[in-house]
Ligand binder design. Structure first.
Ligand code: B12
Length: 343
């Protein structure tokens, strides 16, 4: 008869995860130390990180929880459609968190049902995670965190993490097979376009392109990193793409459902010219960090990218955007015309 820990792991592997471990809830206390260190290193980010203390104090919201089951899914198996590399962050292209039709979501629900069949109370938070997922996965020995803050396995950092709280005290900890970063390597820090990754194991979430292009606002009237953002429109992968441990680890052999078709409707020009119905009903449900009321950000971000790498074919599109229904888009287009000297 298999131990329950083994049964959980086997159910996770059967549901398509590449790794699964179980740690006690108390193992999260070390995360708070790292969180406090981060807030001390980047004081401007303290208000942002204030909400994350709960990740280390699970007993407050889940007094019944005894252990954390953490799983790793390999997203490196998916193909990036032509034209989207360097424009939309890969983890967002393959995001399963709110997509009930994606294999990741279906398997996550299946795995949760298995744990319930084993008599466990198993609770997760699929959007932002029920706890600090990188810390939990590291404590479970499934891999390690590198200087760019990403959690790595042999499949690189192209993995997404999920965790469940369970009401049984269990432990299944593995030994990571990956080697730590070489001492002298600073490639990720050197290449971070906005210097958000200012030091190893430290970053400023507010200046990270991933934040700037989603929760942030690239409108010209704001304090922003327009030029440094380059071609990115939603998310950023620079600190992962540059990492030697991410070279040749993506197999990119499978289609992510619906992505190739969606990719045909995405380019800088198509975004700037898109009608708001497309942005609200097609792009927003998939790329949900930009909210329904803010879908104008897609156009602002795309105009920003056009300015950074201007081509003649953008000209008409930028001109037309000067009469867009959204004032921030009009303002951005007007600014672009002046900046590029298009008159
Ligand atoms: C808030 C958040 C963000 C914020 C802030 C990012 C941040 N690093 O704090 C924003 C919106 C900017 C963001 C962006 C992205 N995110 Co995010 N994000 C999260 C979230 C919800 C919480 C992170 C958190 O708690 N931060 C607080 C800091 C202090 O903790 P931490 O990031 O977990 O990492 C620390 C500890 O693990 C500890 N640590 C562990 N071991 C060791 C060892 C040593 C020696 C040291 C010193 C420290 C240390 O130090 C780490 C770094 O300091 C997690 C999901 C979750 N619930 O965990 C996803 C998560 C971290 N994000 C993820 C991803 C993919 C992204 C993006 C790449 C998306 C994109 N393509 O643009 C970007 C990349 C941004 C970047 N360069 O980091 C993945 C990362 C997967 C991975 N392989 O690591 C996660 C885990 C989501 C998931 N379900 O898989 N994210």
């Amino acid at each position: 008869m298999e131990h329950l820990e083994e049964q959980i792991k086997n159910a996770a592997l059967a549901a398509g995860y590449e790794a699964c471990g179980t740690i006690k809830v108390s193992a999260m206390s070390g995360f708070e130390r790292k969180l406090n260190e981060r807030m001390a290193m980047v004081p401007a980010a303290s208000p942002f990180y204030q909400n994350y203390h709960g990740f280390a104090h699970l007993e407050e919201s889940y007094p019944w929880a005894k252990s954390i089951v953490v799983c790793v899914r390999n997203d490196g198996k998916y193909i990036v459609p032509d034209g989207l590399e360097g424009m939309i962050g890969k983890s967002y292209l393959f995001d399963s968190r709110t997509n009930p039709l994606s294999p990741g979501y279906i398997n996550s629900v299946r795995f949760e049902a298995c744990m319930k069949d084993y008599g466990l109370n198993a609770v997760t938070e699929r959007k932002f995670g029920i706890t600090a997922l990188r810390w939990a996965a590291s404590e479970a020995g499934l891999g390690l965190v590198r200087k760019n803050n990403f959690f790595y396995r042999d499949s690189g950092s192209w993995v997404s993490l999920e965790a469940w709280l369970i009401d049984r005290e269990l432990e299944a900890i593995e030994k990571p097979t990956v080697k730590p970063c070489p001492e002298g390597c600073i490639l990720c820090m050197k290449h971070c376009p906005t210097s958000s990754l200012s030091q190893a194991y430290t970053m400023n979430p507010l200046s990270c392109i991933s934040f700037q292009t989603t929760f942030g606002d690239l409108s010209v009237s704001k304090d922003r990193f327009g030029a440094q953002i380059g071609n990115w429109v939603y998310g950023c992968d620079v600190c992962q793409d540059i990492c030697p441990f991410n070279k040749n680890v993506r197999t990119a052999a499978e289609e992510f459902p619906g992505l190739a078709e969606l990719g045909r409707h995405i380019s800088l020009e198509k975004i700037v010219s898109a009608d708001y119905g497309f942005l609200e009903n097609t792009l927003q449900p998939k790329f949900w960090y930009i909210r329904q009321n803010d879908v104008w950000k897609w156009k602002v971000n795309a105009i920003n990218a056009m300015v950074n790498k201007y081509k003649d074919e953008y000209r008409e599109c930028i001109f037309k955007a000067r009469v867009d229904t959204q004032p921030k888009v009009r303002e951005m287009a007007q600014w672009a015309v002046g900046k590029l000297g298009l008159l």
